[in-house]
Every structure is written in C-alpha cells, then in structure tokens.
Ligand binder design. Structure first.
Ligand SMILES: NC(=O)c1ccc[n+]([C@@H]2O[C@H](COP(=O)([O-])OP(=O)(O)OC[C@H]3O[C@@H](n4cnc5c(N)ncnc54)[C@H](OP(=O)(O)O)[C@@H]3O)[C@@H](O)[C@H]2O)c1
Length: 274
C-alpha cells in the first residue's frame, strides 16, 4: 500500500485531516477554545499531515479563518481542499446553492479567508437540484480558467454526475460519505478507482458511530490498535484511491488517528471486517 496519493499533479500523504470539527458545536460559530483549535491544526502538520479538508460552510467561514490563523504562511507541500455550494442560514440547515454567481463569490471568499492566490482543490460541496449541474460545474471551470482554482473536485455525487462533470472539466477527486457501516457510495468508489482519481470518504469514523461497530471492536480487541485505527486502516486497505479525512477537535484523538497510517491489518482481519 502506497503511503501517498495524487490529487491531480499534487502528492499528499494518505491520511488527511477533516478540519470541520475544530469550529464551534454543530459546525456553527467559533470554537470555545480558539487557541486549542489552532493547536490541533498545528499538531496535524507536525504529525506529517499535508492535506486539510474544509469548506466555506463550516462555521460558516470560521473553519477557513482558523486554518489561515493557525497555519499561514503555509508550509511547502501543504494542500488545502475547500468546498462551496452549501449555505448555512442557521445551525441545523445545510442548503445547496449552486448558482454560478454564488459559486463565483464563494471562490473569492475562500481565497480571501485562506489567504491564498489559488486554491489547490476546490470541491463542489453538493449538487443543487434547483440549478443544472453543468452550470455549477461550469462556474468552477470558470474559476479554474481565471487562475483561482488549481484542481476541481466533487462531493456528494453519483457516478452519472461524476461523468457529466468530466465532460466539462478534469475532476481529480470525489468526496462522498463512506465508512465500514455505510458503503452506499461503493459504485462511486469503484468509478474513482477506474479513473484513478482520489476518493475522500467523509464520516470515515461514522462521526464516531463506527467506533462502536461489533466488527471493529472484534478486531481491535485482538490486536494492539484502537477502534478508530482499525476503521481507518480498513479504509486505507480497501482501495488505493482512498484518502480518509478523519475529523477531531482533540490532539489525543488526532495522534491516535494518524498512527493508523502505518497499521497493517492481516488478511484474516480484513476478511472479518468485510
Ligand atoms: N462533503 C461533505 O458533505 C462532508 C460532510 C461531513 C464531513 N465532511 C468532511 O469529512 C471530515 C470527517 O468527517 P467528520 O469529522 O464529520 O466525522 P468522522 O471523522 O467520521 O468522526 C469525527 C467524530 O469522531 C470523533 N473522533 C475522532 N477521532 C476519534 C478517536 N480516535 N476516538 C474517539 N472518537 C474520535 C470526533 O470527536 P472528538 O472531536 O472528540 O475527537 C468526532 O465527533 C470532516 O471533518 C469534513 O472535513 C464532509
């Protein structure tokens, strides 16, 4: 298993960091301990993480601001993937807005907050049923032509939507929900394997639920690895295009999760998990 993965012409380590959890409760507002959030982000860099996933809707805006506060000027080789296309009118709402004008201003907002001249990976957070998908993807293509985006990714898409987008732009990644207990995006994962593009499973730990799975607990009880490490090692073994982005606001959990990058599960354990 390679320890690296490609995002277009960029190479990153295969365990990334999902930064959504460092903002306030319900991914809304600032964290209670802003300095603590900075420490988590900086510790991820120290541990060798060089891919961070965020979105303008986390906070909203606060997650991107925290990343810039903690990490800018960015170390060489750091790749930040952000997303646009979801609005947060209130904490419980995540509303798609894929209108080209909205996406154009979202790209500009992310550039400013992240203090970047070009975003390495800009992902459409989710298709907007009210807007032709090609129009939303076209807005990202415009951003790329304008030099504001290096690579384009998609999130929460079907295989058909991935193919439709590929008629318009080069797509380098897909970010869909996937973990040992929810494999509903298996076909999308297979498409990413065929296309040799990165698949970023969101909720790799099922937002914590996977850690209580009987299968996971069975294997972690047998070997010297925690449930989160077994879950992440299973994902890494599952596919060469897998780039998990576990999230946490805890340095201890971060250290535990990143250690999973070197955990090799036996064929017997992998079979028990499948
Ligand atoms: N594209 C999308 O639509 C979408 C949707 C959701 C998320 N995402 C992205 O995917 C990333 C990952 O998703 P996620 O953060 O929601 O879920 P996750 O990684 O599956 O799980 C995170 C949860 O598990 C806990 N946790 C993490 N490590 C742990 C450990 N070692 N032991 C025990 N508990 C642990 C965290 O709590 P503690 O803080 O207490 O550790 C947190 O509550 C996000 O950060 C975000 O970047 C994308």
């Amino acid at each position: 298993m390679s320890s690296n993965i490609r995002i277009g012409d960029l190479t990153v380590n295969r365990l990334g960091f999902g930064a959504m959890r460092v903002c306030g409760p319900q991914v809304w507002g600032p964290p209670k301990d802003r300095a603590g959030a900075h420490r988590v982000l900086r510790r991820a860099i120290e541990l060798g993480v060089n891919f961070f996933d965020t979105a303008d809707s986390y906070g909203p805006h606060i997650d991107e601001e925290l990343i810039a506060e903690a990490l800018h000027p960015y170390p060489g080789g750091l790749v930040i993937g952000t997303k646009g296309g979801l609005l947060r009118p209130r904490p419980s709402a995540w509303e798609p807005d894929g209108r080209p004008a909205q996406l154009k201003s979202a790209i500009d907002g992310s550039l400013k907050r992240l203090k970047l001249e070009r975003i390495d990976l800009y992902q459409l957070h989710a298709p907007d049923p009210k807007v032709p998908f090609a129009d939303s993807v076209g807005a990202l293509a415009d951003g790329q032509r304008a030099g504001k985006i290096r690579h384009i990714g998609l999130s929460n898409v079907s295989v058909m939507q991935l193919e439709e987008a590929r008629d318009i732009v080069t797509v380098v990644s897909v970010q869909n929900k996937y973990n040992i207990g929810d494999r509903s995006s298996e076909e999308v994962l297979k498409a990413c394997e065929r296309l040799e593009i990165a698949f970023l499973p969101w909720y790799p730990l099922g937002a914590g639920a996977v850690l209580r799975s009987k299968k996971i607990l069975g294997v972690s009880g047998k070997i010297t690895a925690t449930p989160s490490q077994v879950s992440l090692a299973w994902l890494l073994a599952k596919s060469p295009v897998m780039l998990p982005i576990p999230g946490t606001a805890s340095i201890a959990h971060l250290e535990e999760n990143i250690a999973a990058a070197t955990l090799k599960l036996s064929a017997e354990d992998l079979a028990a998990l499948d």
